[in-house]
Design a protein around this ligand. Structure first.
Ligand code: SF4
Length: 691
């Protein structure tokens, strides 16, 4: 599909945080955009199948109130009245929104503005809480702001790439292809995989460390102590640009004393990793959900950052820590502050004066005064009757949250539940009092930001189906019915983007790194034509070629911080196995889109539990196995032997829904334990038994 083809539209893939550029035509022809910096023409199996998702059956095409078709006016009136009533009964904290990394930045911005600025509640959280909240918290602790320091090119120019808790080959395939292509040209480049499973990514590695789940802090503390002992610290960098090293080193040395025992790694393999990292200046450490979805996720991410700070390997080409997000626009949500503990524009309640900047920018009558309920706590509050009105947008928490059985119960008791969705039937939408039809990927217009801070346009190639409308429009219409019409009176996504951009690059705590104020003056035409653009894009000065190259960090002191972290591990439990949950190569979240494409389903047509043969307890390969986990909750899956599965752990995919395979849903068996800093659920540490 050449860019000049009739009807070809330049847009962005909606499936993962790589953020590949796509050329798409209304007749379903799809190609990778050769001019997009993220993928340079490549696409993975999901991206190439996008054309087969354009006319999915089961779309929600009309508003519904109590299961019956309604006009937009009637549905929007009902939503406004439901929120008004809940506020009268329970106050502002009785209102909540649960949003999604599927939303475009403009939709996200409007939802956050309504909740935090006008409804007066910070009870707005995103399913990104399940994806990268630990990385966000670690960035904020280390740098003073949620900033991904590296870019994708670093993966190609590094001499050592370390993937921690990331099956990149399946979950971010185009990035993995880029690494493989670079290594083919430069065979001295090394790849290390740190993962309890011998994943498809590990098959290509020079070294695979099958680490004990949850012991990443011990490994990276051993690395920090090793680098220090060998005199490999970049003392000039540490002296000039960091603080807190002594405490971090003291904690690291304590863990290093028994690193092999804590991590369960072969001492020779561990020594090889320490040596390779020590002797290779150009090293990138990429991490993903294996770190983030843990009770020690934030500490694990900070332990990684510590090693890069000690060696000054940050803010320079081919080196640095690099967090990869799962969702296409998780980064955009972070930018507009659509997490319960953040304000828009990377501003922060805890910094004097920053809330006022938001209040003034929005002319907000009711700015929330502090953080609200995060995902797990939000649904617990719903179950306890403390939330009177909940609006869920573009996500399916009845499947994706831990303790999913309790989430179903909470949803079933919700006094007033609104669901904005593309599909009519989802596990979550089944409980909705009001269903609102939202635009899908091929119909939406706006922007997304990928894992390397690249803002890209998503452009529509099809007209709205039925009566479906843009999320930003739906939210604005409810705001108007609540009396705030003039504050939500945008003519389109370009106007919203301008307002969003104008709030950035401010802050009272020095200059925020997130600065796109240089885009605040885009005309509608400029916005339509916007090419992929990596932030920062300041209005007042030329952008730095590389963030933190000058060693200046957005901390009050201007220095990056070593965070002292210590290994913590829950007991494994006699006779129990550790359940790791995750994604499959060809499925997207709860399968609402990818599950309808036969060739994607063919890759893994049924939910399978992989187990090391010696942990199978006599259960035969191919049999059905009952997995019993949290509070006796069960799932039934096909059992498959996998000698690459670390002893003591099993793996199950998280995609299957009550509608697709009612007994195979895994998340009811996963407890809602969370990281104490980030509140990200630990989705890779449930204790289960098999029968
Ligand atoms: Fe889409 Fe991610 Fe695949 Fe790129 S790597 S085509 S963004 S799913």
């Amino acid at each position: 599909l050449p860019p000049s083809s009739p009807g070809a539209v330049r847009t962005t893939c909606p499936y993962c945080g790589v953020g590949c550029g796509v050329l798409a035509a209304p007749d379903g022809r799809i190609a990778g955009d050769p001019d997009h910096p993220a993928n340079r023409g490549r696409l993975c199996s999901k991206g190439t199948a996008l054309g087969e998702t354009l006319n999915l059956p089961g779309r929600l095409l009309h508003p519904e109130v109590m299961g019956k078709r309604a006009s937009w006016d009637a549905a929007l009136d009902t939503v406004a009245e439901g929120f008004r009533r809940a506020q009268a009964e329970l106050g502002r904290d009785g209102l909540a929104l649960y949003v999604s990394g599927q939303l475009l930045t403009e939709d996200y911005y409007v939802a956050n503005k309504l909740a935090k600025g006008f409804l007066g509640t910070a009870n707005i959280d995103s399913n990104s809480r399940l994806c990268m909240a630990s990385a966000v918290a670690a960035h904020r602790r280390a740098f003073g702001e949620d900033v991904v320091t590296g870019v994708y090119e670093d993966l190609e120019t590094a001499d050592l790439v370390v993937l921690v808790g990331s099956n990149l080959a399946w979950c971010h395939p185009v990035l993995f292809q880029r690494i493989m292509a670079a290594r083919a040209l430069r065979p001295t480049m090394r790849l290390v995989i740190i993962d309890p499973r011998r994943t498809p990514s590990a098959e290509s590695a020079d070294l695979h460390l099958p680490i004990r789940p949850g012991s990443d802090v011990a490994l990276y503390n051993a690395l920090l102590a090793h680098l220090d002992e060998r005199g490999l610290a970049d003392n000039a960098y540490v002296e000039a640009h960091t603080e807190g090293l002594d405490a971090a080193l003291a904690a690291a040395r304590a863990d290093a004393a028994d690193a092999a025992g804590r991590t369960g790694l072969d001492p020779a393999d561990l020594a090889t990793f320490l040596r390779w990292f020590a002797e290779t200046p150009r090293v990138v450490t990429l991490w993903s959900q294996g770190i983030n979805q843990s009770e020690t996720g934030t500490d694990g991410a900070n332990a990684i950052i510590n090693a890069h700070l000690l060696t000054g390997r940050i803010g320079r080409p081919g080196m640095g820590p690099l967090s990869i997000t799962g969702q296409p626009n998780a980064m955009g949500g972070r930018e507009v502050g659509a997490l319960a503990n953040m304000l828009a524009g990377h501003l922060d309640w805890s910094v004097a004066g920053e809330a006022d900047l938001v209040r003034q920018h929005w002319n907000a009558p009711n700015l929330a005064t502090g953080p609200g309920l995060k995902a797990v706590d939000l649904f617990r509050a719903l179950g306890r009757g403390r939330i009177g009105a909940l609006w869920i947008m573009a996500t399916n928490p009845a499947v994706s949250l831990p303790e999913a059985g309790l989430v179903h119960e909470a949803l079933s008791r919700a006094p007033f539940l609104v669901v904005s969705e593309v599909m009519r039937e989802t596990d979550t939408a089944a409980y909705a009092h009001v269903r609102l039809p939202a635009l899908g990927w091929a119909e939406k217009k706006g922007t997304v930001t990928n894992s390397e801070r690249m803002i890209s346009r998503q452009r529509s190639l099809l007209p709205p189906p039925g009566e479906a409308r843009a999320d930003w429009w739906i939210i604005s219409q409810v705001a108007a019915r609540l009396g705030w019409g003039s504050d939500f009176a945008w003519t389109g996504p370009a106007a919203i983007f301008r307002e969003h951009a104008a709030l950035t690059g401010r802050g009272n705590n020095g200059t925020r790194a997130f600065d796109i104020s240089g885009l605040a003056g885009l005309t509608d035409e400029d916005y339509d034509a916007l090419a992929p653009t990596r932030w920062p894009v300041p209005a007042s000065a030329s952008a730095k070629s590389r963030l933190f190259a000058d060693g200046a960090f957005p901390m009050p002191s201007g220095r990056a911080k070593f965070v002292a972290v210590s290994h913590r591990q829950r007991p494994e439990g006699a006779g129990l196995l550790t359940l790791l949950t995750g994604r499959l190569r060809d499925q997207w979240h709860t399968m609402t889109r990818t599950g309808g494409v036969p060739r994607l389903m063919a890759h893994a047509p049924e939910p399978v539990l992989t187990v090391h043969p010696e942990d199978a307890g006599g259960l035969t390969d191919g049999s059905l196995v009952r997995v019993t986990g949290h509070a006796g909750a069960e799932a039934v899956l096909r059992l498959r032997y996998d000698p690459g599965q670390r002893r003591g752990s099993v793996f199950a995919p998280m995609h299957w829904t009550a509608q697709a395979a009612p007994r195979a849903r895994i998340n009811p068996a996963v407890p809602a334990a969370t990281d104490p800093v980030s509140a990200q659920p630990a989705l890779k540490s449930a204790r289960v038994k098999l029968s």
